[in-house]
Design a protein around this ligand. Structure first.
Ligand code: FAD
Length: 442
């Protein structure tokens, strides 16, 4: 992707400014760095960069890009209502920042922290680049309640088991309450307007799949019903937390004491984020290297059947079809589909992880990786490898009236629906054997 905006053509500003860089925090309220930038008494220019290093990897009708674009348009409107604007740019941030520093007299840059390996590396390079011009780079914790070093074991090492992590998280949380929710004073915003970037300008088109609004009205039933896919108890918060259209503090404040199961899920999110931060090798490697010897079968035709939802196992197929059609899959079904790929088909978890990453509207590197490694048995705090889901029993237990599978598999009751592509008993034994013989001693 070429840089679409010629920065020399955008309006200049005669005085000193601070820049606030929106990334995965597309909101005004409860936005830590934005509030801090506006508090600094400097004129603040808000910017967003469609990062070509990320976008170049995505399909041109990616629904997440449409979602970001739509939310930026809403932000633009809010800022314009306040006499200001957001400067949207597209390209490689490492090319854009030097042009911005030439065009404006920037005193400082404010942004919220991002803990993914690519973002950490990018931000380090940008901080160095800004330092050459004596520009301060201020990064704030924002997308989590507790970041990488906030919850550590007594010996200052990161937790790799969830339950003690969660207990410490809850203890520390008590001492935080009440949480501070920032509401920025927009007076210091720059009084300029900028051209808009259309989806077409950045090489994309509108997706036919839309991100749903989140729904917190069912939380009282979440604990009891969340495992039944037809009950559809999910909050659909994923993409909103990923792109920051809702702040985590604002969300947590709405959770009541009896919503402990739901809170626990949000703690899993932070658990996997700190795992990714401390063990970035998990992006490509097994968390537990003793599983490195597993001989994956990696049959491409079988992988295709799994992707298409044509395995003959209804819960797997319904899940994959829900994913392909909507960009969402119920959590219990994600566990079943992932387990089936790794164990029944003996296909490397990285193949499944990559497919989910492309399709999920709520794709989050840390959660996707952590959960895939959990399903494969290779991750931290993962299920032991010999616990192999029986997709038939899962169906009986969680969708006994076939409501969910009938919704997604239209030919479910007809002869067209395929027989199971692999026998469960045989596949189970084959997986046990492959894992057993692949395990290497530490
Ligand atoms: P809810 O059930 O309403 O939960 C609320 C929020 O809690 C979620 O939005 C999410 O932020 C967090 N959460 C819930 N469960 C988990 C979990 N197990 N791990 C981490 N965070 C959790 N979640 C993602 O956000 N992105 C992913 O890419 C992702 N990939 C997954 C892959 C596999 C194989 C599996 C088994 C799970 C994956 N999950 C992922 C976790 C979980 O399935 C989704 O967060 C959840 O289904 C999203 O729906 P929801 O927003 O309605 O969640």
């Amino acid at each position: 992707m070429e840089l679409k905006t010629d920065i020399s053509q955008i309006p200049r500003y005669s005085g000193d400014i601070s820049i606030f860089w929106f990334r995965r925090d597309l909101r005004i309220e409860d936005n830590t760095a934005f509030t801090e930038a506006l508090r600094s008494n400097q004129t603040v220019l808000p910017i967003f960069i469609f990062d070509s290093c990320i976008l170049n990897e995505l399909p041109k009708n990616d629904a997440r890009v449409s979602f970001i674009h739509k939310n930026l348009a809403q932000l633009k409107k809010r800022l314009k209502d306040n006499g200001s604007d957001i400067l949207c740019l597209a390209g490689d941030p490492l090319t854009i920042w030097p042009k911005l520093t030439e065009h404006y007299t920037i005193k400082s840059v404010y942004t919220n922290k991002d803990y993914e390996p690519y973002a950490i590396d990018r931000d380090r390079k940008i901080q160095e680049l800004l330092k050459e011009d004596n520009i301060a780079f201020h990064c704030y914790k924002d997308q989590v309640i507790f970041e990488q070093n906030d919850i550590l074991k007594g010996n200052k090492e990161p937790y790799t088991v969830f339950t003690p992590y969660k207990n410490k998280w809850l203890d520390n949380y008590k001492s935080l309450s009440p949480l501070t929710i920032s509401s920025p004073n927009l007076e210091n915003l720059i009084k300029l307007t900028f051209p808009s970037l259309s989806l077409k300008d950045i090489g994309f088109k509108e997706s036919s799949i839309a991100v749903k609004d989140y729904n917190l009205s069912q939380l009282s039933q979440y604990g009891a019903k969340r495992d039944f896919p037809s009950a559809d108890m999910g909050s659909y918060l994923g993409p909103h937390l990923r792109f920051g259209t809702l702040g985590i503090r604002q969300l947590i404040q709405e959770i009541k004491e009896e919503d402990a199961v739901f809170l626990s899920e949000l703690i899993w999110r932070e658990f996997f984020m700190q795992i990714l931060y401390h063990f970035p090798q998990v992006v490509t490697e097994n968390f537990r290297s003793k599983y490195n010897g597993i001989q994956w079968r990696n049959n491409k035709d079988e992988f295709k059947l799994w992707c298409q939802g044509k395995t003959g196992y209804p819960m797997v197929d319904a899940g994959m079809r829900q994913l392909n059609k909507t960009g969402y899959m119920h959590n219990r079904v994600r566990m079943v589909t992932a387990g089936f790929l790794c164990k029944h088909l003996l296909i490397d978890w990285r193949w499944g992880e990559t497919y989910f990453a492309e399709k999920l509207l709520d794709y989050e590197l840390s959660s996707n990786n952590g959960n895939w490694q959990w399903a494969a048995g290779t991750g931290c705090d993962a299920a032991p490898y010999f616990r192999i889901f029986n997709p038939h029993s899962q169906l009986k237990k969680f969708d006994k009236d076939f409501q969910y599978v009938r919704k997604w598999i239209t030919e479910f009751d007809s002869l067209e629906y395929p027989d199971p592509m692999v026998d469960h008993k045989m596949a189970r034994e084959r997986a046990l054997e492959a894992y057993k013989s692949g395990i290497q001693n530490d």
